[in-house]
Design a protein around this ligand. Structure first.
Ligand code: F6P
Length: 328
């Protein structure tokens, strides 16, 4: 193993996700294992610009594997988008003898890393951390599994009250422009309809399906709506639309929001974080750079960072068909 890298910095950037702490822990402990120094950067790229650094040892990450959020904090830095900001950041890394970076975040964070690498040739490896699961090169991003379970638990509770009052609920879930959370949670929570950005089936079809379900004897229903859905109506407008066109239902709306980003990571996310952290450090020690570590068929693999940013993580259309059959 080439050991020219003596000091690695780790940071979390963009929207936080459950499992980020477990990934920080993994990076720090892998550095300790290989006897190289590790620095934590607070608040992502903004902390890099402000030299907001902390020395991390194996003991700095005790008792964080189960915690949501990120002990290193996160930020979306406008200043890092400027050449001047990146120059300051680079000067700080050099001043502190940092040789390489592990960036835990989503595609915005990886774009920053690629630009930085193009300008300064600074070695970096990315760990995909976002609840949206919208990154090419991994079947699962960190935090996605936990967010699915958080949203599903919430919808289970909504089902209780929906059923008591014979109501129809529209539940909006996060996911930015992707429908992974909506589709999987919709199937897992037994939703009547699932609206995702990847497939706009039209409002007429939704009405038809709700009418059919009412006449088949169902007294309450859940429609899961991805925040990025392309129906042209937001979740409140969708609810009004149904109420105007169907007397049969009393309709309510619930927007789950940022609660989906919090909470203790699932076992799956903790194990994933631990595996990806080890691989990220080992790749850097092997002299590799501009890669993202991810999971494919339960194997940890590396993907070119630019590919990870530009590629599409395709939604499983078969799951939509399964959902249709389940609503019979
Ligand atoms: O990318 C994670 C995410 O939670 C998206 O699902 C959501 O669209 C966005 O971030 C919300 O961002 P903010 O925390 O800035 O409101």
């Amino acid at each position: 193993m080439i050991k020219s890298i003596k000091k690695i910095a780790v940071m979390t950037s963009g929207g936080d996700a459950p499992g980020m702490n477990a990934a920080i822990r993994s990076v720090v402990r892998t550095c300790a294992y290989y006897q190289i120094e590790c620095i934590g950067i607070y608040r992502g790229y903004q902390g890099m610009i402000e030299a907001d650094f902390v020395t991390m040892t194996a003991r700095s990450v005790n008792n964080i594997i189960h915690k949501g959020g990120t002990i290193l904090k996160s930020a979306r830095s406008k200043e890092f988008r400027t050449a001047e900001g990146r120059k300051k950041a680079h000067a700080n890394l050099i001043k502190h003898n940092i040789d390489a970076l592990v960036v835990i975040g989503g595609d915005g964070s990886f774009t920053g890393s690629v630009v930085f690498n193009n300008e300064y040739g600074f070695p970096a490896v990315g760990i995909p951390g976002t609840i949206d699961n919208d990154i090419y090169g991994t079947s699962h991003t960190l935090g996605y599994d936990t967010a699915l379970n958080t949203a599903m638990d919430a919808i289970d509770k909504i089902r209780d009250t929906a059923s008591s009052h014979n109501r129809l609920f529209f539940v909006e879930v996060m996911g930015r422009d992707a429908g992974f959370i909506a589709l999987n949670v919709g199937v897992g929570a037994g939703a009547e309809e699932i609206l995702i950005p990847e497939e706009d089936l039209g409002l007429e079809r939704m009405l038809e399906s709700l009418k059919k379900s009412k006449s088949s004897g169902k007294s309450s229903s859940i429609v899961v709506v991805a925040e990025g859905d392309k129906s042209g109506k937001n979740v409140y407008q969708l609810a009004n639309y149904v109420e105007e066109n169907m007397d049969e239902y009393e309709v309510r709306v619930s927007v789950l929001g940022h609660m989906q980003r919090g909470g203790s990571p699932s076992c799956f996310d903790r194990v994933l974080a631990s595996r990806l952290g080890v691989k990220a450090v080992e790749l850097l020690l092997e002299g590799k750079t501009n890669l993202m570590v991810g999971l494919q068929n339960n194997e940890v693999i590396a993907t070119d960072l630019e590919k990870a940013i530009k590629g599409n993580n395709d939604i499983d259309m078969e799951l939509l068909r399964v959902s249709d059959i389940m609503t019979t």
